[in-house]
Structures are given as structure tokens and as C-alpha cells.
Design a protein around this ligand. Structure first.
Ligand code: KG4
Ligand code: ZN
Length: 335
């Protein structure tokens, strides 16, 4: 009989210090997420130096809290998985050094995990992932369509040419004076408004690439122009008009990818997978087209270590290992 595998995951790529223990790549035994959002909200966005310092202060506390919550000790842990990139370099370093130290002191294998692989494998916590699949990756730093023939095989078929979708949400939120992080609030407001503003449709071509900077700039220009004329903006309508354009193009290109790759499994990954417009529209499209759709639970959409431990399980099974020379990487492709 195969032995159970317990992965301790560490995630610190941005402003969440998170540690989780996952059994066999799918069972969340304990997750601790310490968010710094309240602190960064005072500055309207993440301040890298503050994020890094707060990770240093909190990482050991979060590791201990996670083990306590799972009622396990380091002896029970099979391997340690850590996000090595992409992300804020100072933030990543804290997680990587903590993971290396645990690996060295307790003599446990160290498994490097790409942050986006983590977001993708968050789906395995909801339902066992079936292949081949298309992953729609939508986060604060990424907007990608990824084809996966099998476990841990990532073929990027398209990506953003400029702003990531979450970034566009946060910038639109800022211009309409919604507090950081604005994405969830813009989403909420969009349900209280109508698609009444004539905004441009973002990059509607034959590729699987995305471009949201034109749409974002159109929103910014519209707000400035109306302000100069002394006109009031209907924020809910603007949020709805923006969200409608975003959801339409994401869903259109995703459906085309599913059809041309002849795939009937779709997963959604990243913080923007929490978006209600995307969830509703993809649910409807997948029902109509007989496609199996998995979207992670809300708590696994934004950054967390549970997804890193889930991805870490598959990376571990494939023999992926790192040592004390593992480097944190601010930019690194998914491979
Ligand atoms: O994956 P994530 O936690 O961090 C990155 O790896 O980037 O994603 C954070 C992003 C932020 O831009 C946030 O505004 C956005 O996800 N977000 C949303 C929603 N919830 C989070 N954007 C739109 N609608 C939402 N409901
Ligand atoms: Zn993320």
C-alpha cells in the first residue's frame, strides 16, 4: 500500500504569509493565512519593503500555528514545498529561506513550486483534476490560458500583452476611489449597475492573448473627462461596463481554446477566479457545451499555501527537488 504523503507548503510571494499541510495532494489538514492587506491598504497597494519585513516577523509564528492546527509535528511531514517565484523578491526570499532551513534541520526533501502551478492545483482541493485540461489563469500578476496534457505539464497558449486582469481591476478601482484591493468591490458594484458606458472591447482577435490596458485607459480617460466637465460618474454602471467587457473576452477565448484543443475539462485559477461574473458566465457556458468546470473555493482563489502544498505533492511525486541553492525568482516562466 502506498504511504500517505504530507506536504507542508509555504507561500510568501506577495502580501500573505501562509503555511498549510495537505495530505496526498487533495486534503487540507490545516491552513494558516496571515494577510497584510490592512497595512498595505493605507498606501493604496503593496509596499514591497513592508511586505518583506512583515513576512520575517510572522513566518515562524505561522509555521508553528499550522503544525498545531493540524496536530502534527515536523516528523510527520514528508516534504516541504515552497513558492520560489514569481513574486516580490524580498517576500519570496523569506519563504524560500524558511523552507530551506526546515528542510536542512529536519532532513526533509525540498520541493520548488511555481506560484501559478499552485493556483492551478488549488482546483485539486475541490475535485481531482482530469486531463487534458485548459486552465484559465487570472490573477493580480497573470492572465494566461494554459493547456495541460497531463499532471505538471504546462503549455502556455496565450497570455496578457500588458496588464494582468487583476491589475486592471485594481487600477480601475483606484480611479473610481474604491479602496485597495479593489477587484472584489468592483465585482460587487458591477451587479448594482448597468452596462451603459461605451467602452472598447479588449483585443478580440484570433490569438489566445489578452490586452486590458486599452480598456483600463479608456476607463481612466472617461473618469478624467467627466470630472473636468463637472459631471458625476455612475460608478456602478462603470464597474458593470468594465466587468462585462472583461468577462466577455475571457470567456470567449477560453471557449475557443477548449474547442480547438478538443478538451472538455476547464479549470480556473488565481485571485480573479473569485470574480462572480467569471464564475457565473463560465458555469453557463460549460453547461451549454458539456464541459467539466472546476473553480476553487473562494478561500483557495487568492494567495494561500494550501495550493502550494497541493501542487507540491505532484511535483514531489515527479521527483522535483531543490537544495540550499534554490533561488527566489521575481520573474520565472511556468514550466
Ligand atoms: O492570485 P492573487 O491573490 O494574487 C496574485 O498572485 O496576483 O490575486 C489578487 C488579485 C487582485 O488584483 C484582486 O483585486 C483580484 O485578484 N481579485 C478580484 C476579485 N477577487 C480578487 N478581481 C475581480 N473580482 C474579484 N471578485
Ligand atoms: Zn497569486
Amino acid at each position: 500500500m502506498n504511504k500517505d504523503v504530507y506536504i507542508l507548503g509555504i507561500e510568501s510571494s506577495c502580501d500573505e504569509t501562509s503555511v498549510a499541510i495537505v495530505k496526498n495532494g487533495c486534503i487540507d489538514l490545516a491552513t494558516v493565512v496571515l494577510s497584510q492587506m490592512d497595512v498595505h491598504a493605507n498606501y493604496g497597494g503593496v509596499v514591497p519593503e513592508i511586505a518583506s519585513r512583515m513576512h520575517v516577523e510572522n513566518i515562524t509564528i505561522v509555521i508553528e500555528e499550522c503544525l498545531r492546527k493540524a496536530n502534527l509535528t515536523m516528523d510527520d511531514i514528508t516534504a516541504i514545498a515552497v513558492t520560489y517565484g514569481p513574486g516580490l523578491i524580498g517576500s519570496l526570499l523569506v519563504g524560500v529561506v524558511a523552507a530551506q532551513t526546515l528542510s536542512y534541520v529536519y532532513n526533509k526533501p525540498l520541493v520548488p513550486v511555481h506560484h501559478i502551478a499552485g493556483h492551478i492545483y488549488a482546483n485539486n482541493l475541490t475535485k481531482q483534476m482530469a486531463f487534458p485540461l485548459i486552465a484559465l489563469v487570472v490573477s493580480g500578476g497573470h492572465t494566461e490560458l494554459v493547456y495541460m496534457k497531463d499532471n505538471y505539464s504546462f503549455e502556455k497558449i496565450g497570455g496578457t500583452l500588458d496588464d494582468a486582469v487583476g491589475e486592471a481591476y485594481d487600477k480601475v478601482a483606484r480611479i473610481i476611489k474604491v479602496p485597495y484591493p479593489g477587484g472584489p468591490l468592483v465585482d460587487k458594484m458591477s451587479h448594482q449597475g448597468r452596462d451603459s458606458y461605451n467602452l472598447p472591447i479588449p483585443l478580440d482577435d484570433d490569438s489566445y492573448n489578452f490586452s486590458f490596458s486599452g480598456l483600463k485607459s479608456a476607463v481612466i480617460n472617461l473618469v478624467h473627462n467627466e470630472e473636468q466637465r463637472g459631471n458625476e460618474i455612475n460608478k456602478e454602471d462603470l464597474a458593470c461596463s468594465f466587468q462585462t467587457r472583461v468577462v466577455n473576452i475571457l470567456c470567449k477565448k477560453t471557449l475557443r481554446a477548449l474547442k480547438s484543443f478538443n478538451v472538455n475539462n476547464l479549470i480556473v485559477a488565481g485571485g480573479v477566479a473569485a470574480n462572480s461574473g467569471i464564475r457565473e458566465r463560465l458555469t453557463a457556458i460549460c453547461e451549454e457545451n458539456n464541459i467539466n468546470l472546476t473553480i476553487p473555493e473562494f478561500k483557495y482563489c487568492t494567495d494561500n499555501a494550501t495550493m502550494i502544498a497541493a501542487a507540491g505533492y505532484f511535483a514531489y511525486q515527479l521527483g522535483r527537488r531543490a537544495g540550499l541553492d534554490l533561488k527566489a525568482k521575481a520573474n520565472t516562466p511556468l514550466e
